[in-house]
Design a protein. Structure first.
Lengths: 138, 178
């Protein structure tokens, strides 16, 4: 009888520890997932690439052709069912980047140029690039 | 009796332990959320690019644009900056459509008198200008961002001029967490 009581006590302590460790791991996993999601989320990336494209256009002159590597954005867009051709749209002086069905980000440029953006499909090693072309002054 | 007391102690300890974990996790969540929800502030870069565009417009290859002269003297038309291929309408936010988010100022000085400009060109929304003097000592991100650059240039006769360009970019709604 005495022996059994000791065994029970040890069992309780072990289960407690396992529960705590499991909860710890769950906590840690949620935290890491949250950090990863925040850093590589579509919303953040849409803003970053829209502003990047705007700054490139603002710095550009007619005739310039600029290449923007968008490998991570293209991967996210593909995961969300957005085709490569529809990631960057330029309408007037507003650049819109769309990486998911639920969100998009627009930002305007001051350089009064006619600009266009399209994916680079020339070669396998440049398939992750987007080309921003400054056609002419408006 | 002794065993019961220890068990209660363990339970109290585990409650505190959970409270600490929740507080730490909440802190990390909060910090990360604040960090990632703050937009990228590109206004300083935009203001510099605006200044570059204006500099190319008034002076090229070290020589002031001849369109700025009339009868051999520097006398630019008031709306000269409208020829600089700039569009100040920002259509990406409804509130910006009738409220220009840029202001620019180009001042020409003769090298003999660097305190009084001989000519000043302005364009954009001058409501953003007071924010520049407020930020002379300390930057306030909620206000429009101001950048000033200056360079020397020559006229056709080789006379030197100092050109100061001020670029102001507001766009706070999309660059600062409001």
């Amino acid at each position: 009888m005495k022996k059994r009581a000791v065994r029970d006590k040890n069992g309780v302590i072990l289960i407690d520890n396992i529960v705590f460790i499991v909860l710890d791991l769950i906590f840690l996993a949620i935290l890491v997932l949250f950090l990863y999601k925040q850093g590589s989320g579509a919303v953040m990336m849409e803003q970053a690439y829209a502003k990047n494209a705007v700054l490139l256009i603002d710095a550009g002159k007619p005739g310039m052709l600029m290449k923007l590597n968008m490998a991570d954005a293209i991967a996210i867009a593909a995961g969300n069912g957005i085709s490569k051709e529809n990631i960057i749209k330029i309408n007037g002086n507003v650049v819109t980047v769309k990486l998911s069905d639920k969100s998009s980000y627009s930002y305007s440029f001051f350089n009064n140029v006619d600009a266009s953006a399209y994916p680079d499909v020339q070669a396998e090693d440049t398939k992750d690039n987007y080309i921003i072309k400054i056609n002419k002054y408006n | 009796m002794k065993i019961t007391k220890n068990k209660r102690g363990d339970k109290i300890l585990s409650v505190y332990w959970f409270a600490i974990i929740i507080i730490v996790a909440g802190g990390i969540f909060g910090m990360v959320y604040v960090f990632y929800s703050t937009p990228y502030d590109t206004r300083q870069v935009e203001a510099r690019l605006l200044i570059n565009n204006l500099a190319d417009c008034v002076s090229y290859d070290g020589q002031i644009n001849s369109d700025l002269f009339s009868g051999g003297t520097l006398n630019p038309s008031e709306n000269y900056l409208s020829k600089c291929h700039l569009t100040l309408n920002s259509g990406d936010l409804e509130a910006w459509k009738n409220n220009e988010q840029y202001y620019m100022e180009v001042k020409f000085y003769k090298i003999s008198d660097l305190s009084n400009p001989i000519s000043t060109l302005k364009d954009g929304n001058n409501n953003w200008l007071p924010g520049c003097s407020v930020q002379a000592e300390k930057k306030i991100s909620n206000l429009a961002q101001c950048v000033e650059r200056s360079f020397y240039s020559l006229d056709a006769l080789g006379n030197q001029y100092l050109i100061k360009i001020l670029g102001v970019v507001a766009k706070s709604e999309k660059n600062v967490k409001m």
